[in-house]
Each structure stands twice: as C-alpha cells, then as structure tokens.
Design a protein around this ligand. Structure first.
Ligand SMILES: Nc1ncnc2c1ncn2[C@@H]1O[C@H](COP(=O)(O)OP(=O)(O)OP(=O)(O)O)[C@@H](O)[C@H]1O
Length: 386
C-alpha cells in the first residue's frame, strides 16, 4: 500500500538529509505510528507519501502507483485516496461544520444526493451529528479535530494520514481522538500517524516506526516502550512492570478491543481484578498518571477570519473538505485540573462493568471511562494544555 525503497530526502541548502535511505512498507489495514524527536523526519515522510514533495533518491509507491510517474496535473486525483489530518485542524472558518465536510466532496464533483447522504453519516460517525450548523469557532478543539477527521474520511480514503493530530489537545480530548482513529482503522482504513505522544504509542501497542536523524531505528509491531516511551520500563521494578502491563491491557482494550479478540481484553481485566484487586487499583493509578495532569486552559482570542482562512488553505492543490455533523449530545472534553489523580479506580476497571467499545466509539467517551472529569466543552476552544 505504501512502499519506500531506499528513499533519501535532502532539502536544498542543508548539509544532512532529512531522510537517509529509508525502507518502509505499510500494508493495507495497518495502523502505524511514525515517532521520533523533533526534526527526525516524520513530516518529511508524510509529505513524500502525499506527493507534496519528491525524494532526492529512491522510489516511493503508494496504492500501487510509482509517485515519480504521477504528473503534477494528476496529483490532485491521486490525493483523493488519501485523507489528511493536522495538528492545527485547518478548517474553513467561514463555513459551517456541515459545509466544511461537504466542501471536500463538492470540489471533487460528487452529486448533491451523495453529499446529502455522506456528510450526515460521517458527522454521525465522529460524534458531531448535532453540530452540523455550528461554525468552527463555536467548537472546542476536540470537536474541531473531529470535523477535520470527518472531512478527511468522508470520501472513504484508503489511507488516513495524521500529523500530530493530538498536538493541540488536552489529554482527555486526545484519548477520544485516538479512539476515533482506531475505530476508523478498525473499519478498514490504513492509518499512518506521526506523533510525539509516547503515552498513546505505548498503550495502543500498534506498529511503531521510529526515526532518528532521518534513519529508521525501530520498526516494531505492537511496539511500546522504546526510546521514545514516556515511562521507561527499565527503570521499573517487576511489580511496577506488572502494574503497567495491566493498565496497558485496560486502555488497549478500550482503544482497540478487536485487537484482543472479542472481549478478551475486558475479561483479562476482570480476571486480574478478581485475583488481585490491589494490582488493578495500582494499574488504575498508572492509567490516570499516563494522562499528564491537565492545566487550566487559557482562553484564546479567536483568530482573525483572514488568518484563519489562510490557515485553512489545504496543503493540496485541491482543497479538501471538512466535516459537518448532527448529534445532539455535546461532547464535553474539558478536563478539570483535579481530574485523574483525585480518584482511585476508573469505573471501567470495575469487574461488574464490562467495556462497551461500540458505545465508547460512538460517544468518544474513553476519557470519561478513565475517570477524567469533564465540563462544558464549548468553553474550552483550541489551545495547548500541556
Ligand atoms: N522545506 C525544508 N527546507 C529545508 N529543511 C527542511 C525543510 N523541511 C524540513 N527540513 C529539515 O528536515 C529535517 C526533518 O524535518 P521534519 O519536519 O521532517 O521533522 P519532524 O520529525 O516532522 O519534526 P517535528 O516533529 O518538529 O515536526 C529537519 O532537520 C528540518 O529542519
């Protein structure tokens, strides 16, 4: 699906290549994290896949096409197969949620009937059915990112590329976004996500490709605690490692229940709870600690419409649309400063309360299951909370 053969990318005027002889193969249906320090080459990698840029050497095939052979004129057509999500959402601020999503389909000439069906369906999927008529500035950061995701997937792309999609969001909101990306992946879309967020990489146990100075230094299926991990496992006692693994199973079951086979994830958690309640309690604390304690969010000045419009300009020659919505329940993604650490066991760890992944996917309520308190998220707006 994506194939890099000895790919080097050297930008003009730089001494060292941003990517140096990369070999990489991503198959259909995979969820791949590209991780690495700032400047390691993650975004360069995504830009090459999108054919925003060309390698200095080597070959790249995406969806069976040799990217060096796609003429500039055909690039917009090629990109219809790729959905993209960015840290800064890139929504069109003068359009409603519905129109943001519909716009993507309009520019590629989809019929009105198709749009009228696809947009509400997609908004429903991302949990924004009730916000179709809102404008981006009326949404929280998490909701704006959901609109961006709706826009990216409304045309059912084969590949969804996400570049730091949780970079501007608080931990609870980020968990909801990760949960949504996993649901999209579970529905068959290949997901390639560049991120610094070691916590999510650790707990999701998907494939991890780690870059360091333009070279792949790790390519691990089910990767977790590597050099980029937030919790270095080598520093932990055996008991702590066991606690960590239990927490990991819990969160993984919530984020990717199908990866564990039926209800094996929740069964394992319930099993552990029966055998050793103290372990599960300790695991709950690790889970809570894995989400960094949120700070109180500074309200941000709304962006000037013109500046926003400029930000909204897609990296593509062909602008991509965003999402609309329509659900009624507001998704409350605000996190209280006294959130995770104030409680002992998240409710979803309780043996009598099995996980309901479908419901969680619909509501994006993983953070709630983790016990992170939420309030009215319309007040939160965008802005780093870390
Ligand atoms: N257009 C460019 N011109 C010159 N150098 C560039 C350009 N884009 C990226 N670079 C350089 O290439 C290297 C890799 O950059 P890249 O943006 O791919 O890293 P990254 O891992 O995505 O970083 P970050 O996590 O900070 O976004 C860096 O040294 C960067 O300075």
């Amino acid at each position: 699906m994506i194939l890099f053969e000895n790919v080097t990318k050297k930008y003009r005027g730089t001494a060292k290549p941003a990517l140096d002889g990369i070999d990489l193969r991503v198959d259909r249906g995979e969820f791949v994290f590209i991780v690495g320090a700032s400047g390691s080459g993650k975004s360069s990698c995504l830009r090459l896949i999108l054919r925003e840029d060309q390698p200095s050497a080597g070959k790249i095939h995406v969806l069976g096409q040799d990217l060096s052979k796609i003429s500039s004129r055909k690039v917009p057509y090629f990109r219809r197969n790729l959905g993209t999500v960015f840290q800064d959402f890139r929504l069109l601020t003068n359009k409603t949620v519905y129109d943001n999503v519909a716009f993507t389909l309009q520019v590629i000439g989809k019929s009105r009937g198709f749009i009228q069906e696809a947009v509400p369906d997609t908004l429903e999927m991302v949990g924004l059915a009730n916000k179709a008529k809102r404008f981006p500035h009326e949404l929280s950061g998490g909701e704006q990112q959901r609109v961006a995701i709706a826009r990216a997937i409304v045309n059912k792309p084969a590949i969804l590329m996400a570049d730091e999609p949780t970079g501007n969001l608080d931990p609870a909101t980020s968990l909801g976004i990760m949960q949504l990306l996993r649901a999209i992946n579970a529905a068959g879309t290949t997901v390639v996500m560049a991120t610094h967020e070691a916590t999510f990489v650790d707990i999701m146990q998907q494939r991890v490709v780690e870059l360091s100075q333009g070279v792949v230094v790790r390519d691990e299926v089910g990767g977790g605690y590597g050099e980029t991990a937030s919790i270095p496992i080598a520093d932990l006692s055996d008991a702590s490692v066991q606690v960590l693994r239990t927490s990991e199973a819990v969160v993984r079951a919530a984020l990717a229940p199908e990866m564990l086979g039926d209800t094996a994830g929740s069964a394992a958690v319930q099993d552990a709870a029966e055998r050793d309640p103290a372990l599960v309690e300790a695991a709950a604390e690790v889970v809570a600690a894995a989400a960094p304690e949120p700070e109180v969010e500074e309200p941000r000045e709304p962006q000037a419409p013109e500046a926003e419009r400029q930000r909204g300009a897609s990296v593509f020659e062909e602008p991509r649309p965003f999402g609309d919505d329509d659900e009624d329940e507001d998704i409350d993604e605000t996190v209280h400063a006294d959130g995770p650490r104030g409680r002992s066991i998240p409710s979803f760890l309780e043996p009598a309360r099995p996980l309901d992944p479908v419901q969680m996917a619909e509501t994006g309520s993983l953070a709630e299951h983790l016990g992170l308190k939420r309030t009215d998220d319309d007040q939160t707006d965008v802005g780093p909370v870390r």
